[in-house]
Design a protein around this ligand. Structure first.
Ligand SMILES: *Cc1c(COP(=O)(O)O)cnc(C)c1O
Length: 369
């Protein structure tokens, strides 16, 4: 059996007619850049996140960068985040002129370890960016308390956590801003590149709206130096269709995770994902940890199963960030996870047969004693 890591085609086929109607509407109205389809999606997405405002942007990296710019973070400032994230989190910090400062993650949830934050705070610290990795929110209450005490902003990197919850609160709604990516493979994926920032702060929302459109509140009158970070009309229309299904798709992911957990439970050498009591996990990624990860991955591949590694190298050990001078051994949990993580196929349309086949293949892994 061949099982892909992700099956975007299977999902497209379930909503094909609605998608084609939405695309036709955009083309008939020629509302290609920004415009009414983006504005409508923004309203719907703000509501979905329990936030007052959503600003559609070009991608998730834009969402993080615009948040930092709008909060006034810049040269000389430090921003605390985690080393086991997609590089975009750090890039956004670097591209607003600030310096990323990493803290290690919790051994069980793989999200920011709140007990390590205070030691990383300096007089230059301006903001904290917790990453809701794999579809599970970071432990936000202690993070928000520390931020309040030290007068720091909190930007949630919710790019992997559409619809995830923390003690009943929606991912993205707890910090000063919440950042989302609609890259095609995310839980809510566009048909191209897109992203959004959500916030309850009207001033921040307005700043980001103007910034993403070349700093113009009125056409060709530029009150600030901005950028082109607009969302496409086509993406807004596709996302409005898909937003109707996101809760059902997330439930399907949660059920698949449950099935994986049960079938994998006899294997004591495999560490399964841990859903914290505070979390509603939406399993953007279902990552197990295995000692002989690379050989297990090759074994699965021989059985026709595609798997992934998120991520093979933590950011402080990437060449691009070698200038920070952070050596191996500095963030032991993140570094160990990078060697052991293996992401199994996870998408709403995955079937029970496919899950059983994948777990059987893991059980047959020749190294198992
Ligand atoms: C996908 C992702 C991003 C960046 O989103 P893009 O839309 O690809 O720019 C940022 N942070 C995390 C954690 C992500 O998974």
């Amino acid at each position: 059996m061949n099982i892909p890591f992700l099956d975007l085609k299977a999902q497209y086929l379930t909503i094909k007619d609605e998608i084609h109607a939405a695309l036709t509407a955009v083309m008939e109205s020629t509302a290609f850049a920004g415009g009414p389809f983006v504005a409508q999606f923004e309203q719907e997405f703000a509501k979905f996140c329990n936030c007052k405002h959503a600003i559609g942007v070009g991608n998730g990296t834009d969402a993080l960068w615009l948040s930092l710019i709008a909060l006034g973070v810049g040269p000389g400032d430090e921003v605390i985040t985690v080393p086991n994230t997609f590089i975009a989190t750090a890039e956004a910090i670097t591209y607003c002129g600030a310096k990323p400062v990493f803290v290690d993650v919790d051994e069980k949830t793989y999200t920011m370890n709140p007990s390590l934050i205070e030691a990383a705070i300096t007089p230059s610290t301006k903001a904290i960016i917790p990453v809701h990795l794999f579809g599970q929110t970071a432990d936000m209450d202690p993070i928000l308390a520390i931020a309040k005490e030290h007068n720091l902003y909190v930007i949630e990197d919710a790019c992997q956590a559409h619809g995830a919850e923390y003690k009943g609160r929606k991912a993205g709604s707890m910090g000063n801003t919440g950042c989302f990516s609609f890259y095609p493979g995310k839980n809510l994926g566009a048909y191209g590149e897109a992203g959004a920032v959500v916030t309850n702060n009207a001033t921040l929302a307005e700043t980001m709206r103007v910034f993403r459109d070349h700093g113009q509140a009125k056409k060709y009158y530029h009150g600030m130096i901005g950028w082109n970070a607009r969302m496409d009309g086509i993406q807004g229309a596709v996302l409005s269709v898909k937003l109707k299904y996101i809760s059902a798709w997330n439930e399907a992911r949660r059920n698949h995770a449950q099935e994986y957990n049960e079938l994998l439970s006899p294997l004591s050498d495999i560490i399964k994902p841990h859903a914290a009591v505070y979390a509603k996990h939406v399993y953007h990624i279902y990552a197990i940890r295995a000692q002989e990860r690379d050989r297990l991955m090759a074994h699965l591949s021989e059985q026709g199963i595609s798997s992934g590694i998120h991520y093979p190298g933590p950011i402080h050990l990437q060449k691009a960030y070698s200038f920070l001078g952070l050596n191996k051994g500095r963030f032991p949990v993140a570094e160990r996870c990078a060697l052991e993580f293996l992401s199994l196929p996870m998408f709403p349309e995955l079937t029970s047969e496919q899950i059983a086949y994948i777990v059987d293949a893991i059980k047959q892994f020749p190294l198992r004693t």
